[in-house]
Design a protein around this ligand. Structure first.
Ligand code: OGA
Ligand code: NI
Length: 361
């Protein structure tokens, strides 16, 4: 929709106050995007068309059955080589036979649907969910391009395991716990394979990325009346070692490959893995943390669950796995997080790894 058509849609909508009011009443679980970000929609100068014919592609698909000890060594090695290659060339891949049962994924999804179905008011109640875990929109957005049309529960896994999510209903927290525990095993295994491929037989991940330092994020992307102008999730890279994502079949996830946005074709059997900033730094740019985003859909809601594999805040990230000179200076995870927060406040977006480049680069 061009910006004129867009203005028209806004005008028609305000004429149609009664029907949109009714719609609001029936959707009281959706956050109030339109009211809260009214100003951004009015500033038609900054409205951009985000959709420039994006091709759909299959991510590299890796069958993890081949890692089993029952398989011959060459098969295991070729599977590991595929994981490393995809992490270098795409920064993204999908895995099947990943060991997380369909049942568990289904249960997680059902619980997630239920928790988002509650009224918006309930979701924002601090005593119902761990403090600060419910997030929606983009409080720092200064133009439409910076707004994410989504809501999420961002929960430290330590809260799940230690019962710190005590205010969550018990089926939800026990399902999240099972999910986080199983997915943590997969994250650990993949991280060790990637380290191994750099010639690094290290216990780094076992020592530093504990269940108490990772995060689980349940995302919901409500239908969006402005799918051409507003993202479900703004372009970003993940601030972790790696992310494991389970998405439904709606689609909308896109990533940058060879300088172009491409859309990921959903695969119901697969989990999506992507490399985060910390792995890129730790591997001295061998593995790539690539930009990705989620597009919105005008009529269908979309759900996804992400597990962020993170170290403790005091963990220092530095490369010692390549013979090349280091590209980034040493930094601790807390330093990285603080820099990201500062940049988001100041510029409305994250700068990320370029902040930590050594001067010679
Ligand atoms: C994220 C993310 C993608 C998705 O939560 O960081 O990139 O499909 N999510 O929800
Ligand atoms: Ni992400």
């Amino acid at each position: 929709m061009g910006s004129q058509a867009f203005e028209r849609a806004l005008t028609v909508d305000s004429d149609n106050f009664v029907s949109s009011f009714k719609q609001q009443l029936s959707m009281d679980s959706d956050p109030p995007f339109r009211q809260t970000y009214k100003k951004l929609f009015e500033d038609t100068n900054t409205i951009e068309n985000l959709v420039i014919a994006v091709e759909e592609c299959e991510l590299p698909l890796i069958d993890l059955n081949r890692l089993s000890n029952r398989e011959p060594a060459e098969k295991r090695e070729s599977c590991k080589a595929e994981i490393a290659r995809a992490s270098q060339e795409w920064g993204f891949f999908q895995v099947i036979n990943h060991g997380i049962s369909r049942d568990l994924l289904e249960k997680m999804r059902q619980e997630q649907v239920k928790v988002f179905k509650q009224s918006f008011n309930n979701k924002t109640k601090e005593d119902k969910f761990p403090a600060g875990s419910y997030r929606w929109g983009t409080p720092t957005a200064t133009c439409l391009r910076q707004l994410s049309w989504s809501e999420a529960f961002h929960i430290p896994t330590t809260d799940i395991h230690a019962g710190g999510s005590g205010s969550l209903n018990t089926t939800l927290s026990s399902t999240m716990e099972q999910f986080a525990t199983t997915v943590a095993g997969l994250a650990q295994q993949l991280a060790e394979i990637l380290a191994g491929k750099l010639g690094h037989k290290s216990t780094f991940f076992r020592e530093n990325c504990l269940p108490s330092t990772c995060y689980l994020r349940m995302n919901r992307y409500p239908p969006c009346p402005f799918p051409v102008e507003v993202c479900g999730l703004m372009p970003h890279t993940d601030s972790d070692f790696l992310t494991i994502l389970h998405q439904d079949l709606v689609g909308g996830l896109q990533l940058v490959k060879d300088g172009k946005w491409i859309a990921v074709k959903p695969n119901p059997e697969a989990l999506i893995i992507n490399i985060g900033d910390l792995f890129q730094a730790w591997s001295n740019d061998v593995y790539k943390s690539v930009q990705h985003r989620v597009m919105t859909n005008p009529s269908v809601e979309r759900f996804s669950t992400a597990y962020f594999f993170c170290p403790s805040y005091d963990t220092v990230i530095h490369q010692n796995c390549t013979t090349k000179p280091s590209i980034y200076r040493k930094f601790s995870f807390i330093e990285f997080r603080q820099q990201v927060q500062e940049d988001v406040q100041k510029f409305g977006h994250k700068v990320g790894l370029p902040r930590f480049l050594l001067r010679s680069h």
